[in-house]
Every structure is written in structure tokens, then in C-alpha cells.
Design a protein around this ligand. Structure first.
Ligand code: PMP
Length: 388
């Protein structure tokens, strides 16, 4: 039957993460630091709001854009956090996770063959979603020496007359890198001069340590050319609810809603009710989770350095991206041998594009006890390789 599958889909490479975790599933007793998912449960008030909604018979479709009350709450939250004001009626839509928002943003923007700049290492969905939308992904390598920041010079070099958009993910998955206002100013200047759209995946914006997140949409002239994507999965531990949102120019949001109304109709009402409640009343719990990630982050960075791995201090998200070059192994070898010998699962940096080679991604959204045990095992593994 494979010949029946569309060529584009048949030729799409499988996710490097998925391939690796099929291996993990076959190995008993593994500590996995592989998955980018909070170990916390959604705050109770959110779960209760969903249960309450079901009891009251709130089981119907909502507006295609999402519940107006939720869009109003999102608008207030975005303005308070990022300093950008969006009209809840025309400039915000609720989506099935940032995943859907990303998909429909690309489909709404791209004519066949138009290019999207994707800084690498990058989140695994960006390239496939660009291809599925008929566009051409243009990976731009970011470098260890720059702390994996996208530099204006690297961006400038990758531009062609077909460049339509730049996809930014800061705080970054997989590197944990954040960009300062100054870093973003250089990128924004190019976006304005070359009339580019910025798709800003800011799903980790609450998860920063030290410096508060700054959004590119807040820079002069950038709100109208930025599609801001955000969601509830990470900050509020709501991965399974499948809820996100997009903010942007009414023409772009309208175009996205056009696709959404035919393909999704609306995001689940149950998840929308829960999201409305967490925005209203769970800020404190969210901040407590962020403080806990920060504790884990410091433990993991110190542990990796002690094990002999070079490591940038990640400023956001819940990932560390240490270099494994000192071991002489490729990232795939490192991850495979670590799994086999010490039963710890990490993701090879190469799963995030060629620029990720030489590093591994470790998620620290796991308990301190698990992290401590995993670090002990990683230290033994690295020392065995250094000694050899
Ligand atoms: N963007 C990034 C950078 C992510 O890491 C993830 C989840 N791993 C997503 C988007 C998808 O998030 P959601 O659960 O909202 O679809």
C-alpha cells in the first residue's frame, strides 16, 4: 500500500526523537531524560473547571476563534507578560496546541516553494511542517560559540528573494538559549527591511531563569509582521489538553482561522475552560513550577560539568544541551551507548539538525531523585570514555 501514500509524506524523514524512543521502550529500567514534557500535573483549579463544565453540559462547539472569554483572558495575559496588546476579537485565535498554530500559520503564509528560515538546532516539527505546507525550509546553523543565538549576519546570509518568513523559538528547544532585546533588534531590523514575517514560537516564555522573556513582537514595527504562537502545555503542565493560541495581524489570523474552521472547527471546549481557569487563578502554581525547574536546572548543569561535559548555562525552557565532543563520540553513538550501558535516555543533538551534532539534549522536567541518579550514571559513562 505504500505506493498509495503521497510522495511528499513518504519521503518525510521520521522524527529523530521518535526513532530513538522506540529503542528506549524496548529497554527495561531506563531513566529517561528524553521527553520535553512537564512531570507536574495541571493545577487542580484547571482540572476542576473542566469537570464543572462537563457537569453543566458544556459539551458543544465554541466559536471557530475560541471562547471569547478565553481570548480576552489571553489578551490580558499577553499584554501583562510581553507588553503587546492584541484585540481579542480580531487578533487572537485559540488552537489545538502550538502544534496546530504552527501548521496553520505556515499553510496560511506559504505559496509553493517560498522559503522559511529555520535556525538550527531546531524543534523537530519546523522542517516537516514547512514541507507539508508546500514551502522550503532553509536551515541556518547557529553556533556553540554564540551560545546558539541566531546572529543577524547568519540570517542575512540565508535570505533569498523567495524568503517569506523566519521561524524563531526562544527560549529555545533544544538548547535552552534565550535572546535579549538587543539580540532581537538586529533580527527585527532585517525583518522590516526585507519585509519578512516572523513566526515566533514562544511556548517557553514563562520558563526563564534570571532575565524575563522579551518578545520580538514588542519591538517597533514588529507586531504587525509577527505571528506569536503560545500555549499552555509547558508553563501550566497541560500537554495532554492540546491547547494553544496565535496572535497577529487580523489578515493573518483570519487566514489561519479559515484553515482551522475547515480542519479543526474549534479547539476542545473542555480544554478551553481549563485554560481560562489557569489564566485566572493559577499564576502562583505556575511560578512555583518554574522555581522547581530552576533548582533542577542548576543541579543538572553542575552535575554535567562535574562529569566533564562542557555546558552553556541554559536561560530558558527545560533543556540543557551539553557538548559531548570531549568523549570522541558522535551524538548518536553517545546516546545509544549511554542507553545500553547505563540505561539513561537522552536525545542525540543530530535529531535537531546538523548543527546539533556534537551535543545531546537533556530535559530536566524530571524529579530531583531521577536527575541525581541519571547524573551519576552519565558521570560514570563519560569517565569510561575519557579514560579510554
Ligand atoms: N513548539 C516547541 C518549541 C515545543 O517544544 C513544543 C512541544 N514539545 C511545541 C511547540 C508543541 O506544543 P503543543 O503541546 O502546544 O502542541
Amino acid at each position: 500500500m505504500i505506493e498509495k501514500v503521497a510522495t511528499l509524506v513518504r519521503e518525510l524523514p521520521p522524527s529523530g526523537i521518535r526513532r530513538f524512543f522506540d529503542l528506549v521502550a524496548e529497554t527495561p529500567g531506563v531513566i529517561s531524560l528524553g521527553v520535553g514534557e512537564p512531570d507536574f500535573v495541571t493545577p487542580w483549579a484547571g482540572r476542576e473547571a473542566c469537570i464543572w463544565g462537563l457537569e453543566k453540559g458544556k459539551t458543544h462547539y465554541t466559536s471557530n476563534h475560541g471562547l471569547l472569554e478565553l481570548r480576552e483572558a489571553i489578551s490580558r495575559d499577553v499584554e501583562a507578560n510581553l507588553g503587546v496588546s492584541y484585540d481579542p476579537r480580531r487578533e487572537i485565535m485559540v488552537t489545538v496546541g502550538v502544534s496546530e498554530a504552527l501548521d496553520i500559520a505556515l499553510r496560511a503564509l506559504l505559496n509553493p516553494g517560498e522559503e522559511v528560515i529555520i535556525p538550527e538546532p531546531s524543534y523537530v516539527s519546523y522542517q516537516p511542517c514547512t514541507l507539508l505546507a508546500g514551502g522550503r525550509p532553509v536551515p541556518v546553523a547557529t553556533r556553540w560559540e554564540d551560545g546558539f543565538r541566531l546572529t543577524p549576519a547568519a540570517l542575512e546570509q540565508a535570505l533569498t528573494p523567495s524568503t517569506k518568513a523566519v521561524l524563531l523559538c526562544y527560549p529555545n528547544n533544544p538548547t535552552g538559549t534565550t535572546l535579549s532585546r538587543q539580540d532581537l533588534e538586529g533580527i527585527a531590523e532585517i525583518a522590516r527591511a526585507r519585509d519578512l514575517i516572523v513566526i515566533a514560537d514562544e511556548i517557553y516564555h514563562h520558563l526563564t531563569y534570571g532575565r524575563q522573556h522579551f518578545s520580538i513582537a514588542a519591538l517597533p514595527g514588529m507586531k504587525e509582521r509577527t505571528i506569536l504562537l503560545n500555549g499552555f502545555s509547558k508553563a501550566y503542565a497541560m500537554t495532554g489538553w492540546r491547547l494553544g493560541y496565535a496572535c497577529g495581524h487580523p489578515d493573518l489570523i483570519n487566514a489561519m482561522v479559515k484553515i482551522h474552521q475547515y480542519t479543526m472547527l474549534c479547539a476542545p471546549i473542555t480544554a478551553q475552560l481549563a485554560a481560562l481557569e489557569v489564566l485566572k487563578s493559577c499564576r502562583g502554581e505556575m511560578e512555583a513550577m518554574v522555581r522547581e525547574y530552576d533548582r533542577r536546572r542548576r543541579l543538572v548543569v553542575a552535575g554535567l560539568r562535574e562529569a566533564g561535559l562542557e555546558c552553556h548555562e541554559p536561560e530558558g525552557a527545560f533543556y540543557v544541551f551539553p557538548s559531548i565532543r570531549s568523549t570522541g563520540l558522535t551524538s548518536e553513538q553517545f546516546a545509544t551507548e549511554l542507553l545500553r550501558e547505563q540505561k539513561v535516555a537522552v536525545v542525540p543533538g543530530s535529531a535537531f539538525g546538523a548543527a546539533g551534532e556534537g551535543c545531546i539534549r537533556i530535559s530536566y522536567a524530571y524529579s530531583l531523585a531521577q536527575l541525581q541518579e541519571a547524573l551519576k550514571r552519565i558521570r560514570m559513562f563519560v569517565q569510561s570514555r575519557m579514560a579510554g
